[in-house]
Design a binder for this molecule. Structure first.
Ligand code: OSB
Ligand code: MG
Length: 387
């Protein structure tokens, strides 16, 4: 390294598709596979990795594998080739970032790969660069909508038996109070929460008031995916905290939501908020406001899961994250080592090696890969359009 500055020489995009060990159903759809972009940045023989959160359909937010592929391949990645990087924030002055609006998941993938690269270059775990200190992160499991109530209770039992101390279930209209009451009856003391993924409206306020007696840890994203105002009308009617997921993309969104009492907890997903820099800013805003955060998940492979563990090791991640053991998602993952649950305290250990602390297995990437792109040249003129 010259002057502690790195220049990215090459960026690789890998579109992979991996079968999920169990189908995952939410109020917005059913997934049997995790389709994702894995991204690597290359400099001086070192490699940094990240996973893009976007899936195939624009049903969680507007980004998809194809939109992220386009934004990364045509704008963000070519704009970073040769751009000097001493700290992760230097990425924001590269040509693609200066120009492109929106597309937080595409941006997060490139930024987070740079964080991994810089941590590896300094030979420290990523959590050191992020400011995280915990060695273990408290986790729970997110359970999709099941075909029957019996199946749901069975599945919950199986997770409690292996040591998960927090259960999140997906709800939607007509799959709401009945399953929650049944779970609470079977498990009077388990940490239990519900995630609606935007499936209700403010007219359903009486339904959420009925949930008050169930002692839920929180209700996640009950109303519109882009709403803050209606949530600010719902939260004051409830003692149960509302947690916002889909509605929060920026530090400004977090400030607004807390200011309006639209939520009392925020789920931080590093992709949804555009990368580690924004995730840290939102973490700090919430800490100052006295609002806890936790780390959400997008059924990530081992690359994204490792990133989530490093992030969740920061101090204001005081609630259990949606970061479960590898076997809950995949029969075979693409990075080693895989993650297992510490059953005695429902935690997962933060990897200790340099950077993300996991090694990507290229033979498995190739096995699951649908397409690949290699970017080596800077295309700044096209992006600034000022010939
Ligand atoms: O809303 O938290 C969500 C998965 C895909 C899209 C949205 C969500 C989820 C999850 C899964 O709940 C959490 C996990 O990765 O275990
Ligand atoms: Mg959610």
């Amino acid at each position: 390294m010259t002057n502690n500055q790195l220049k990215i020489e090459r960026i690789e995009l890998h579109h992979i598709q991996m079968p999920l060990a169990h189908p995952f159903q939410t109020s917005f759809g059913r997934e049997t596979e995790r389709s994702a972009i894995l991204l690597s940045v290359h400099s001086e023989g070192m490699i940094g990795w990240a996973e893009c959160g976007a899936g195939v359909l624009p049903n969680y937010d507007y980004e998809t594998v194809d939109t992220a592929w386009h934004i990364l391949k045509d704008f963000l990645a070519p704009g970073l080739i040769g751009h000097p990087l001493a700290a992760p924030g230097d990425i924001f002055s590269s040509a693609g970032y200066r120009m492109a609006r929106g597309h937080p998941m595409a941006k997060a993938a490139l930024e987070n790969a740079v964080w991994d690269l810089l941590a590896r270059a300094q030979n420290v775990p990523l959590q050191n660069l992020l400011g995280g200190q915990k060695e273990r992160v408290e986790v729970g499991v997110s359970i999709g909508i099941q075909p029957t109530l019996d199946k749901l209770l069975e599945r919950i039992d199986s997770f409690i038996q292996v040591g998960y101390g927090r259960i999140k279930v997906k709800i939607k209209p007509d799959w709401d109070l009945t399953p929650l009451r049944a779970i609470r009856k079977a498990h009077p003391h388990i940490k239990l929460m519900a995630d609606a993924n935007s499936a209700f409206t403010l007219n359903d306020a009486p339904l959420f008031r009925e949930m008050e007696s169930l002692n839920l840890l929180m209700i996640e994203q009950p109303l519109g995916y882009d709403d803050i105002f209606d949530h600010s009308r719902l939260q004051p009617q409830l003692n149960t905290p509302i947690c916002l997921d889909e509605s929060i993309h920026t530090p400004g969104d977090a400030r607004l939501a807390l200011h309006l009492d639209a939520c009392r907890i925020i789920n931080i997903k590093v992709g949804r908020v555009g990368g580690f820099s924004n995730a840290l800013a939102i973490h700090n805003i919430c800490a100052e406001a006295g609002a806890p955060v936790w780390c959400g998940g997008m059924l990530e492979t081992g690359i994204g899961r490792a990133a989530n563990l490093h992030l969740a090791s920061l101090p204001n991640f005081t609630l259990p994250g949606d970061i479960s053991a590898t076997e809950r998602y995949f029969h075979q993952d693409i990075a080693e080592p895989s993650f297992s649950l510490n059953a005695e305290d429902s935690t997962i250990s933060v990897p200790k090696g340099p950077g993300l602390g996991v090694e990507v297995q290229m033979d498995r990437v190739e096995k699951f890969r649908l397409r690949q792109e290699i970017i080596k040249t800077n295309d700044e003129r096209r992006m600034t359009n000022d010939e």
